[in-house]
Design a protein around this ligand. Sequence first.
Ligand code: BG6
Length: 476
Amino acid sequence: MTNFPNDFLWGGAVAANQCEGAYLTDGKGKSLVDILPTADFGRWDALMNPKTAEQKTYDYYPSHESIDFYHNFESDLELMAEMGFKTFRTSISWPRIFPNGDDEKPNKAGLAFYDHLFAKCHALGIEPLVTINHFDTPLALLDKYNGWQDRRLIDLYLNYCEVIFKRYRHLVRYWLTFNEINMILHIPFLGGGMDVSELTDQAALTAKYQAAHHQLVASAKATKLAHEIDPDFQVGCMLAAGDTYPNTPNPADVLEALQANREGYFFIDVQARGYYPNYALALFKEKGIHIDITEDDKASLKHTVDFISFSYYSSRLVSADPAVNVETGEGNVFKSLKNPYLPTSSWGWQTDGVGLRITMNNIWDRYQLPLFVVENGLGEKDELTPDFKVHDDYRIAYLAENIEQMGLALKDGVVCWGYTSWGCIDLVSASTGEMAKRYGYIYVDRDNAGNGTNQRYKKDSFDWYKQVIATNGADL
Ligand code: BG6
């Protein structure tokens, strides 16, 4: 018995900057992440002070080689096809196409790489799902414009979109404009390619919302452009989702949770409805945030998305009492109280399958647009045994619980097109830069310092997921 429709798109997700490596190969320019070290050498500090980090030299940069998907994509995709993938989510590296972001002409070798990648997907019967910008804005745009704080980024992004929409028109149908667009409020460097470290809190908040506004306009204009180039294109937004629960039934906590949820919903409200919600305008007024929104921007925002995609790792928990809110859970960039009802991973992320069902129902009820779960998974330490096996029953348990709850959300009436679990092949962690934080069905023999053979091995979860797909979610 399955709750999933026959055409449900099962698959997995990666991002160019976390798996491709080849960071300067074939004319690629540096991206934001290419200046970041691993957690042990101050990644968080570098994320918060990127212009200072840029001047430093670190011993090791995890993105430079990563798992070298650039030179291994064919055999990697064959493994994904063996699991029965119907779809594969990856991103195009903007600096592979425009090395400096504002170059006059695109880089031919970069374009050719994605020709081959997407063609290979189709040869294996896999539908590509492509994120246009996943944490890898060209580094040169930080230096020249301070990233998305500058309005000129909108046209640079649109130029990039036009090139890839036209080039891959016959190979790619599903597009996501910005990965986890709400990340810009939490890690403005990754989300917005900007450095706010020297600004006052007030000025930084304004800068982040101004940059977010530019991305919202860019996303809407890209959606319009996509539909003009090919009316069959399906364009989605992408949110780092996960409902925030109130810590207690105290109405003050419930109100606090409502406000915390709005911080994320703000982005989809604009992308799915086409205008700024009143609560956002009220917040700007209350906090003294003045952002530049032109009449042309307002007209552009009316080009809303076709579907809503999101990442879901866990729910969050908040209290209105500042004394209680002090004890925030560790490990996650989204601050949360520790929920006593939920287990916690080695990296301090709590797991909550029911929270996925709740989140899906809430998003569906709010927008009535098809959903796509484009990230979900468990980052854990894996052990490669002497006979090259990985017994990742903890990952299977996490995914089974989440997929079961996703199925129940569909049974509730939610419409969802597909599911791509995060990091289907082990890759570099976005928050810590580690290889040790693994999400994959496929183990990659490489450690945090880049040592290892880079060989691929199937984990126990590989055969398990193959069976999940073969039975359309019935056999978990
Ligand atoms: C999401 C990102 O935030 O979570 C991915 O879109 C990221 O890029 C994933 O890798 C998991 O986070 P982490 O920090 O464990 O890699």
